[in-house]
Design a binder for this molecule. Structure first.
Ligand SMILES: [Zn+2]
Length: 409
């Protein structure tokens, strides 16, 4: 049997619910998208529950499921994936947190949770915290995009069972980290010590003075959340025998790729924002398929529109996604199996992730083409795949790629 390569395209947060202003269509139903429809019309289709029916997935847990892992078993929190995303290599026993640079007043009351979405100087601020020693423990600290950053505590006897220092609401005082069980006591103490020291260092930093002078909210505090220990994941290569690579704009998804043993391919213009260069991503995916067995592409833009509740914006994003699919359609080698899906729905009416299933189309030579003419939430429901769960996607794709072992004689 000729083995095929796999291209998995994940449109982040693409699924939606009917929108009144769109005549009770979803943004995907309302958008003109001839190329996405072409893939559906020439492929087999269905719905996909990323984690399980009715489960509201995070992007991290959902990507784990789409790569064939059981998130209930392996997921240890978002922090470790953010750390992998900014390029910190985690060691066994490390505890990682997602952080924001934030603004507090002299009583440590939170004034701006994102320090005015600070863009400049964060690398300098992070460098002033990185390498900090807290007794026998060490701090690794790295900036992410804008106000985001990652904290890793390294040393013996750490646990992720600690509460956040991020009060999550402005007007509240910075929270004391508390142990969530007996094991978290030492880590909570350490996190509180880091927080106090970070405040002292940041408020004396030249970036702070410069921002105050320019009337900008200073980044004089770090708030932490989502602590997790480095997860134990069998790399994709071992799990499936696939040489795999991932393309994404956002750090979290890059972290998902790295943590599952995929190579992360940097693409110029892939920002993870609405301005992301989707054609550049398609181009990079086509190039990657010449050397990799599995290429995963994440496009974040639709999710952002969902979180902002902007249905018309989501339609425009779908049109751009469709141009990207048009480019792939024109240049796709014959021996590639393509899967097009999403990691979850982000309905504009909810402005958050929901447990509604997402569309799934699988295209390639030898596929049993079904009768579905359009790539959208309701049309694909009539397809031959029925409703599958995220963890079944990889086995289905491996079968279509002629890469599965026979079970039995
Ligand atoms: Zn997502």
């Amino acid at each position: 049997m000729d083995r095929r390569r796999i291209l998995l395209i994940i449109f982040d947060g693409l699924g939606d619910r009917p929108v009144t202003e769109l005549g009770h269509k979803t943004p995907l139903e309302a958008a003109p998208k001839p190329n996405l429809d072409w893939f559906a019309a020439n492929g087999m289709n269905g719905l996909l529950d990323p984690i399980g029916p009715g489960v509201r997935p995070g992007s991290d847990t959902s990507h784990l499921a789409l790569f064939g892992y059981d998130p209930f078993e392996v997921y240890t929190g978002r922090g470790p994936f953010e750390a992998a995303g900014v390029g910190i290599e985690l060691q066994k026993g490390d505890v990682a947190f997602r952080c924001n640079f934030a603004t507090v007043d002299e009583n440590l009351v939170l004034k701006d949770r994102r320090a005015g979405r600070i863009k400049e100087g964060t690398a300098d601020l992070a460098a002033s915290l990185n390498g900090m020693k807290l007794g026998r423990h060490r701090v690794l600290f790295k900036e992410g995009t804008e106000h985001r950053a990652v904290l890793v505590l390294r040393g013996k006897g750490l646990s992720a069972r600690v509460s956040d220092t991020d009060p999550h609401e402005e007007g509240q005082k910075i929270a004391e980290a508390k142990p969530l069980n007996g094991k978290g006591k030492a880590t909570a103490k350490l996190l509180n010590a880091f927080t106090r020291k970070a405040y002292e260092i940041l408020k004396a930093h030249p970036v702070h003075a410069k921002r105050v002078k320019n009337g900008l909210p200073p980044a004089n505090m770090v708030v932490c959340r989502g602590g997790g220990v480095a997860p134990d994941l069998v790399p994709v290569r071992e799990k499936y025998g696939l040489k795999a690579a991932g393309i994404a704009g956002v750090a979290l998804i890059k972290g998902m790729f790295r943590a599952t043993g995929m190579d992360v391919l940097d693409v110029k213009g892939a920002t993870g924002g609405l301005d992301t260069d989707m054609l550049a991503k398609a181009e990079a995916a086509l190039l990657a398929l010449t050397t990799y067995d599995l290429v995963v592409v994440n496009v974040k833009a639709a999710d952002l529109c969902g979180h902002d509740g902007k249905a018309s914006e989501k339609i425009r994003v779908v049109e751009r996604m469709d141009q990207m699919m048009g480019h792939l359609r024109a240049h796709l080698p014959q021996d590639v199996i393509v899967a097009i899906t999403a990691d979850h729905s982000t309905p504009c009416a909810i402005k958050d992730h929901s447990g509604d299933p997402v569309p799934l189309t699988i295209f390639g030579e030898g596929i049993r083409v079904d009768e579905v003419p359009h790539f959208d939430e309701r049309s694909v429901a009539k397809g031959s795949l029925g409703c599958v769960v995220g963890r079944d996607l990889m086995p289905i794709l491996l079968n279509q790629a002629n890469r599965t072992e026979k079970f039995g004689a």
